[in-house]
Ligand binder design. Structure first.
Ligand code: PHE
Length: 454
């Protein structure tokens, strides 16, 4: 393999561009669709609290470790882990498992993203005087055959098209423009929801914890969400780290991304739950929460259809950076290993994801709705196997590699870039990666699977 320095690689053009792209990968359906529905069905504030702890104690250290390993090696995920510990090629497994996770996640992610894009048009049509969005709209869409498959194909073509343009022109430019639009739209929705009479019950639901609600499955769900949310445990952030300029400081970049991403989730929660409670809706609405409740709730307000359309435009915008980063893991490998051209690699990866995605999409309807593997349909199986199993396992391995196996001088050199002397957090991060993070993840996994009773 050529030395990293001998390879001409594309990269993010500046620290800000790298931050925007990394945040663009983190922010997505996880904030707007998954965080609210998991919060709603796992008891509200108690889940939010465990999630926040998981981001701080597990997510943040793993994010820093991934960016660090990525920039140290400047390679795709498979080669990064295969070379980062001298003489131990087996860690390339982290990258291979990551590719499987990327395929599994994209299979259901593009299904949900397809619903979101469909809702932009359906809500837009309603705002222009067409038929309104009723409770049947979602079940007809998600449970259909050709319609969801067509939307899914559409979003995959869009994401693969962006990826084909490359790192700084494609990923960075797209996310730099999209992120600010997203924030503005979210704040508009928040103001609308929070000024409703009775909105406070939703704020209460989000922030006043009932500790009795914390259980093994709530812990596992919160842990899984923190990996999914920050795009961790599968090499996405390692790949993005490999494009990080040397001027970017690893720890502050990771901290800012984790903080901003969490803020977006909370802003999404603050748009959804006050409205749910103000109109007497059901917080535990499951994966359909976003699609069933938002139009219903906004339809009872002045200017409702316009707000509904805005909300789904916002969600659609958020899916793009995340999908692009999921595609980038296999694409970077195909380009560097297979010497493939980016557009070809993007088409190939998109095609493989569509093949698996068809299974996820059809498992929501009549065609494959009855097929269960381990008691779950394909959609739920892909989601559970990635977020709650593969990503946490990847996280443990990454923490071990960065904390125990990586040469100390490499670890310190990467963390110290951009600083005059060794920054204070070097020892803290190292202690977390060695002891706190892997032990916590392992305990929650074993507890969640009933192997251990905490
Ligand atoms: N973080 C993205 C989201 O919240 C999903 C994602 C997971 C992206 C894993 C890349 C890798 O929507």
């Amino acid at each position: 393999m050529p030395k990293p320095s001998a390879m001409k690689r594309d990269h993010f053009s500046s620290g800000l561009g790298a931050f925007a792209a990394t945040l663009g990968s983190a922010v997505g359906l996880g904030n707007i669709w998954k965080f609210p529905y998991l919060t709603g069905s796992n008891g509200g504030a108690a889940f939010v609290l465990t999630y926040l702890l998981s981001v701080a104690l597990v997510g943040l250290p793993v994010l820093a470790a991934e960016l660090l390993i990525g920039r140290r090696t400047r390679l795709n995920a498979v080669h990064a882990y295969g070379t980062v510990v001298k003489g131990q090629k087996t860690w390339a497994l982290i990258g291979w498992a990551g590719m499987i996770s990327a395929l599994l996640i994209m299979a259901f992610y593009t299904d949900v993203a397809g619903w979101v894009f469909a809702y932009v048009f359906k809500a837009g049509a309603a705002a222009l005087g067409g038929p309104g969005l009723g409770p049947d709209t979602f079940s007809a869409l998600a449970g259909g055959t050709w319609e969801p498959l067509a939307w899914q194909a559409g979003v995959l073509v869009l994401a693969s098209g962006i990826i084909a343009f490359g790192v700084s022109r494609g990923i960075e430019r797209a996310t730099k423009t999209l992120m600010p639009i997203l924030l503005v739209l979210l704040v508009v929705c928040d103001i609308r929801a929070l000024t409703l009479p009775g909105a406070f019950a939703g704020v209460d639901f989000l922030f006043r914890p009932d500790f009795g609600k914390i259980s093994a499955s709530v812990l596992l769900a919160a842990l899984g969400l923190s990996f999914f949310k920050l795009s961790l445990g599968m090499g996405t952030m390692t790949t993005y780290g490999s494009y990080l300029p040397d001027t970017a400081r690893i720890a502050p970049t990771a901290a800012r991304v984790a903080l901003a991403d969490t803020l977006v989730s909370l802003l999404a929660g603050l748009a959804i739950f006050p409205a749910v409670f103000a109109f007497g809706g059901q917080p535990a609405g499951g994966p359909g929460l976003l699609f069933n409740t938002i139009p219903l709730i906004f339809s009872k307000m002045a200017g409702g259809p316009v707000f509904t359309t805005l909300f789904f435009i916002l969600a659609a915008v958020a899916t793009i950076g995340a999908m692009v980063s999921l595609l980038e893991v296999p694409v970077a490998w195909l380009v560097e290993k297979g010497k493939m051209r980016r557009p070809v690699a993007a088409c190939l990866t998109g095609g493989a994801m569509y093949a698996l995605g068809i299974l996820a999409t059809l498992s929501q309807g009549r065609v494959l709705g009855d097929v269960k593997v381990l008691g779950k349909n394909f959609f739920d199986l892909f989601d559970f196997a990635s977020s709650n199993v593969l990503l946490p396992l990847g996280g443990i391995a990454i923490a071990l590699v960065a904390g125990w196996l990586l040469a100390r001088k490499d670890f310190e050199a990467e963390l110290g870039k951009g600083y005059g002397k060794r920054p204070w957090h070097t020892a803290v991060l190292s202690a977390f990666l060695r002891f706190v993070t892997p032990v916590l993840v392992l305990a929650i996994l074993l507890n969640g699977f009933g192997v251990l009773r905490l």
